[in-house]
Design a protein around this ligand. Structure first.
Ligand code: ASP
Length: 328
């Protein structure tokens, strides 16, 4: 076949050989990351931050396309992945504004959607309301699938960026006392972060109303790990001596009984007055969006780390995308 001479393929440099610890991997659960891999991702994420600070954008993966398909609403996670691709010089097929208009609503299986998307894209970023959907998608797709949240299941990239933030802000993870507060039952970020933290020597505090306690199976894992752990509904029990206060919103969309949601939705508020009790060197985190748990009046407190945490998300996702695409 004669090629159009304008293509002049011989003049285009060959693509580099893929390399790195994460090449070709799906990112489905925090269970796949041991401390070596976590350190590797953190080193890459720090490089990404340095690169963005110096030059804003770098063509590390200009030949790569990500399909970002979100079956649940998302603003932060989807834009963070899109920004990550763009800052690496890659491109995105953003399928984010609800998928009801697409063939999903025509009854296409998740597997078939993946088989089609992999014809266009080198990596698929998926958010889905059902636990296990990312795993199912990954078994159908030959390109890497990144789980951007599967219902109340897991949110591994969020947990990695949360851990990165703790390390970055406090200079260590081992030895810290970490409290998670709010919707511990449905909050997938809490589930993923808890599992990741079990690889570290930390003390854990879980603060929630009775109906939003951490699922029993996860609490049993924490107890079996031998970590020092306590559950309480009272913020006053923990506020004085925690190094990290990880706040979550109550996940309205997961309640089948909305009157139950109404009873617990305003259970905690981390006001500046509450923070007067907290240590001087500690941080308040939140995966965002916040819906009343943290007033804007706290934002100027240097301990309020949630927006820095969101920025870290982009660096960690850059590291993961470049990693699974073999350019880390
Ligand atoms: N953005 C986080 C998530 O997708 C937290 C939340 O929605 O409350 O799980």
């Amino acid at each position: 076949m004669e090629l159009n001479p304008l293509f002049n393929l011989d003049a285009i440099p060959a693509r580099p050989e893929p390399t790195g610890l994460l090449y070709g991997e799906d990112v489905l659960s925090v269970a796949q990351f041991d401390r070596d891999k976590i350190d590797y991702i953190f080193t890459r994420a720090n490089e990404m931050r340095e690169m963005v600070k110096r030059v804003g954008k770098f063509d590390l993966i200009p030949d790569k396309v990500a399909a970002c398909i979100f079956y649940e609403p998302s603003t932060r996670t989807s834009s963070s992945f899109i920004a990550a691709m763009q800052r690496l010089g890659g491109s995105v097929i953003p399928i984010t504004s609800g998928v009801s208009f697409s063939s999903v609503s025509k009854g296409e299986t998740l597997g078939d959607t993946m088989r089609v998307l992999e014809q266009y894209a080198d990596v698929v970023v998926l958010r889905h309301p059902e636990v296990g959907a990312a795993k199912e998608a990954a078994s159908a797709a030959s390109v890497p699938v990144i789980n951007a949240g599967d219902g109340p299941g897991e949110h591994p990239t969020q947990a990695l960026l949360d851990l990165f933030t703790i390390q970055d802000e406090l200079g260590q993870i081992d030895g810290l006392k970490i409290a998670m507060l709010g919707d511990l039952r449905y909050g997938r970020t809490v589930h993923s972060l808890t599992k990741l933290l079990l690889q570290y020597d930390v003390q854990l505090r879980y603060v929630s109303p009775e109906v939003l306690r951490l699922p029993m199976n996860l609490m049993n894992r924490v107890i079996d790990s031998g970590r020092n752990v306590r559950e309480t509904y009272s913020l006053a029990d923990v506020i004085r001596d925690v190094d990290v206060l990880y706040v979550t919103r109550v996940q309205k969309e997961r309640f089948s009984d909305l009157s139950q949601y109404e009873q617990v939705k305003n259970f905690y508020e981390i006001t500046p007055e509450v923070m007067e009790e907290a240590k001087e060197k500690m941080i308040v985190m939140h995966p965002l969006p916040r819906v009343g748990e943290i007033p804007e009046s706290l934002d100027s407190d240097p301990r309020a780390a949630y927006f820095r945490q969101a920025q870290n998300g982009m660096y960690v996702r850059m590291a993961l995308l470049a990693g699974v695409l073999g350019r880390a």
